[in-house]
Design a protein around this ligand. Structure first.
Ligand SMILES: NS(=O)(=O)c1ccc(NC(=S)OCCc2ccsc2)cc1
Ligand SMILES: [Zn+2]
Length: 261
C-alpha cells in the first residue's frame, strides 16, 4: 500500500516535474515534521492574530492555486508574537491539495499527510518596503500553515468555495470583499515553527514557517470544489488543478521548535 502511494502519485504539473531544489538550498520547504524530534521552546509566545475583514480584496486563480489577496498598504491585518520579533502584514492566502483525500498537504507530521493545507502569507514591513522585496529578504516572510482534514462542513470556508466557479480558469479573478480568514484558524494555539522557503518559485529561503498542530475540518463536497478548478486558461485543453504541492525537502541542519510540551 505504501509502495502504491509512492508509485501511484506522480506529479504532472510542469512546475514540479522539473522540480529542482534551489541549487545549494539549505532551508527548503516543505518538510516532514517528526514530532519526537521537535524541541519545546518555552520562550515561544502565543501567536497574536488581528485580521481586518475589510482588507480582503479579491480571489484569483494564478495557475498554481486559488489565492485571496489583501490590502497590505497599512498595518490592518497583522500577526505578531509567537517566534516573531515584530508584526507582519497579511498579503494573501491560498491552498494546496490532492486529487484524492489520501494526499494533498505540503508539510507532513510523522509522515502523516492531510488532504489539503492552507497557507497565510505575511511580510515584514519593518525590514522591507513591499511584499516583493520581502520575498528576497532573510526572514522577510511568515507563512502560517493549517492542515485540512476530512470531517464536518466548514461554514466559514463555504463562502470561499461558493466563489470558486467564478475563478475556474487560470488568470480569472472575482471580487471578494469582507472575509475574515481567522475563521479558518483552529482554536488550539499549539504550533511548530522552523526556518524554510517558499514552496513554489521563486523558492526563496525567506520564510519563518508556523505550522498549526491541529487541523481544521472540511467536508467532502468542499474538497471536491477545490478539485474542480483548472491549471489551464479558458480555451486551452482542461487540466484539473490537483496535486499542486511540492515534494518533501531535506531537513538538513534545522531544528523544528514546538510551542507546546
Ligand atoms: N506556498 S508558499 O506559501 O510557500 C508561497 C507563498 C508565496 C509565493 N510567491 C508569491 S505570492 O509571489 C508573488 C509574485 C512574486 C513577486 C516577486 S517573485 C514572485 C510562493 C509560494
Ligand atoms: Zn503555499
Amino acid at each position: 500500500r505504501e509502495n502504491c502511494l509512492v508509485t501511484c502519485h506522480v506529479n504532472v504539473h510542469p512546475l514540479w516535474q522539473s522540480e529542482l531544489s534551489v541549487s545549494g538550498g539549505t532551508r527548503q520547504s516543505p518538510i516532514n515534521i517528526q514530532w519526537r524530534d521537535s524541541v519545546y521552546d518555552p520562550h515561544l509566545k502565543p501567536l497574536k492574530i488581528h485580521y481586518d475583514p475589510t482588507t480582503c480584496l479579491y480571489i484569483w486563480n494564478n495557475g498554481y492555486s486559488f489565492q485571496v489577496e489583501f490590502d497590505d498598504s497599512a498595518d490592518k491585518s497583522v500577526i505578531m508574537g509567537g517566534p516573531l520579533e515584530n508584526h507582519y502584514r497579511l498579503k494573501q492566502f491560498h491552498f494546496h491539495w490532492g486529487a484524492i483525500n489520501e494526499w494533498g498537504s505540503e508539510h507532513m507530521v510523522d509522515s502523516k499527510v492531510y488532504p489539503a493545507e492552507l497557507h497565510l502569507v505575511h511580510w515584514n514591513p519593518v525590514t522591507s518596503t513591499s511584499f516583493e522585496e520581502a520575498i528576497m529578504e532573510n526572514n522577510g516572510l511568515v507563512v502560517i500553515g493549517v492542515f485540512l482534514k476530512l470531517g464536518a462542513h466548514h461554514a466559514g470556508l463555504q463562502k470561499l468555495v461558493d466563489a470558486l466557479p467564478a475563478v475556474k480558469h487560470k488568470d480569472t479573478i472575482v471580487e471578494f470583499d469582507v472575509f475574515d480568514p481567522s475563521c479558518l484558524m483552529p482554536s488550539c494555539p499549539d504550533y511548530w515553527t522552523y526556518d524554510g522557503s517558499l514552496t513554489t518559485p521563486p523558492l526563496t529561503e525567506s520564510v519563518t514557517w508556523i505550522i498549526k498542530k491541529t487541523p481544521i475540518e472540511v467536508d467532502q463536497n468542499q474538497l471536491e470544489e477545490f478539485r474542480m478548478l483548472l491549471f489551464t486558461s479558458a480555451g486551452e485543453e482542461e487540466k484539473r488543478m490537483v496535486d499542486n504541492f511540492r515534494p518533501l525537502q531535506p531537513l538538513m541542519n534545522r531544528t523544528v521548535r514546538s510551542s507546546f510540551r
